[in-house]
Write a protein that binds this ligand. Structure first.
Ligand code: ADP
Ligand code: GLC
Length: 479
């Protein structure tokens, strides 16, 4: 099949979260199964400055209508492999910036213009390149308008650009909401500025484009696909999603098992497998040393996350005393909301023997935390899929997760199912969280139980090969 993906992030080029990991791995996996994959990404500064950009070639010049203007753009092509090409939409005014979406304090003021422009440019580039795709697959609000813009491009230019369109929701909490007047930038027919179109409580909503106009709506786990139809998790869009419920499918993400492989991971000082865990002990010691903890017998709890409400920071902060009281080690690697950073820092300062906080984005260190910890914490309030709980199982680190979204789909609770358990799953509330932490402490003393948990987790197959086969089947069925 000819498959086109469009997204605002892709590992290893640009990443702020799991979206990048998923896009990079899915694209690679589909290409390695023999499909022709074209991936469209904005030409961000980080890519323009990287050494790989030296082999990119200017393919086309674009003229993109944005409201009352026509804005020039460039399409650069970068071959990634035999069947995989990365296309960069370049307009430096929009994308040659230090960040992808804005600073920590504030999003860029023109994110509506930037991503409407990007989506329009992709539709135009697909026409000029004559790709004639079987599938166009868009991800998250930044490309929410593209399924619709593609059909408009087809109608106005008399072209056939893609047989079917897919739209993946990676996180419904990010909706691409702008003042209602931003609609004018789309040049779409006025009747779409309505509740049946892109209007959402008097605002302009980009994710609604994907929800209403893609042929198929995907999300990143079966459980989240059910959850988003409810007011609790639907972020106000549950009504719109219910209209499309028949076309809504959840497939749990996979992980890139080449990048996340404890037997070969170049970020680790020791390598290990389920049959020989000695290298894990080396990683544990290296992690303790790196963060300034002395070598110890106490259990080490790791967490790597954006420090936001979604990731359960409130719950964690209310329970920090557990780690102090029980003389455990807690290592948090993350960046995010200032209030959480401040509180974590305060605890780390007053309890330096128990809590360490690394307020940075550090890919290498995230691998070391996964490998060197005994337990991995994900007390998320909601979690469309989550990747770290899968990384941790593969790295022999027992996940402690709240029973929401994809966490519930990918971790088997060892208390409810002792034969098959791979971690601890709790209801996202204070008491159940504390009980799960206490249960993990007890399991840590019982080396046989812990060993069995670790082995079962490491034996699980989270590879993209299996997951992308499910996407392939859906793509084929749809065409
Ligand atoms: P989300 O996309 O909601 O942030 P995921 O679990 O899907 O959550 O993916 C998060 C990804 O970002 C993981 O690969 C994780 O390791 C990575 N990550 C998050 N925070 C950091 C950090 N401070 N340093 C390095 N990697 C991080
Ligand atoms: C989002 C979600 C996360 C998911 C990731 C990749 O960022 O928050 O749960 O794993 O997308 O699909």
């Amino acid at each position: 099949m000819k498959i086109v993906h469009a997204a605002s992030e892709m590992f290893p080029f640009v990443k702020t979260g799991g979206l990048a990991d998923v896009c990079g791995a899915l694209s690679k996996s589909l290409a390695s199964s023999g499909h022709q994959v074209s991936f469209f990404l904005p030409g961000y500064r980080k890519i323009l400055e990287s050494s790989v950009f030296a082999s990119a070639k200017l393919e086309l010049v674009l003229q993109v209508e944005l409201g009352e203007q026509f804005l020039r753009g460039e399409l650069w092509a970068l071959p990634l492999g035999e069947n995989e090409t990365l296309y960069l939409i370049r307009r430096d005014e929009f994308f040659d910036r230090s960040e992808l979406y804005g600073s920590r304090r504030r999003d860029y003021d023109d994110n509506d213009r930037r991503f409407i422009y990007f989506s329009k440019a992709v539709a135009q580039a697909m026409r000029l390149l004559e790709i004639k795709a079987d599938i166009l697959h868009c991800h998250d609000w930044q490309t929410g308008l593209l399924p619709l813009l593609l059909r408009i491009e087809e109608q106005t230019m008399g072209a056939s650009l893609a047989l079917k369109t897919f739209f993946s929701i990676h996180n419904l909490a990010f909706q691409g909401l702008f003042p209602r007047t931003s609609f004018e930038l789309t040049n779409l027919p006025e009747e779409l500025d309505s509740i049946e179109g892109l209007e959402f409580y008097e605002q302009f909503c980009m994710i609604k484009g994907g929800i209403f106009f893609a042929d198929k709506i995907m999300t990143v786990s079966p459980n989240y696909a059910r959850e988003i139809l409810t007011p609790e998790f639907g972020c106000g869009l549950e009504g719109a999603l219910k209209v499309r419920a028949e076309d809504l499918v959840g497939i749990a993400n996979g992980i890139d098992t080449e990048i996340w492989d404890p037997e070969t991971d170049p970020h680790l000082p020791g390598h290990f497998s389920a049959s020989d865990l000695s290298g894990k002990a080396v990683c544990r010691s290296a992690l303790l040393e790196k963060v300034g903890f002395a070598e110890c017998e106490a259990p080490v709890y790791g967490m790597v996350a954006r420090l936001t409400e979604q990731k359960g920071l409130d719950l964690l902060l209310r329970r920090l005393n557990f780690f102090v009281k029980n003389d455990c080690r807690l290592i948090v690697l993350g960046k995010g909301d200032a209030q959480y950073e401040r509180t974590l820092n305060r605890w780390a300062k007053s309890h330096p023997e128990n809590i360490v906080v690394c307020l940075q984005l550090d890919e290498a260190m995230s691998h070391l935390v996964e490998a060197g910890s005994d337990f991995f914490l994900m007390p998320s309030v909601f979690e469309p899929c989550g990747l770290n709980q899968m990384y941790s199982q593969r790295y022999g680190t027992v996940p402690i997760v709240s029973g929401v979204g994809g966490l519930k789909d990918t971790v088997v609770d060892c208390q409810a199912d002792p034969e098959n358990g791979t971690g601890f799953v709790f209801e996202p509330n204070d008491e159940p969280f504390l009980l799960a932490l206490e249960a993990s402490l007890a399991a840590f003393q019982d080396k046989d139980k812990l060993g069995a948990l670790i082995k079962r987790g490491m034996a699980k197959d989270f590879s993209w090969k299996r997951v992308s086969a499910e996407y392939e089947r859906l793509y084929r069925d749809s065409i």
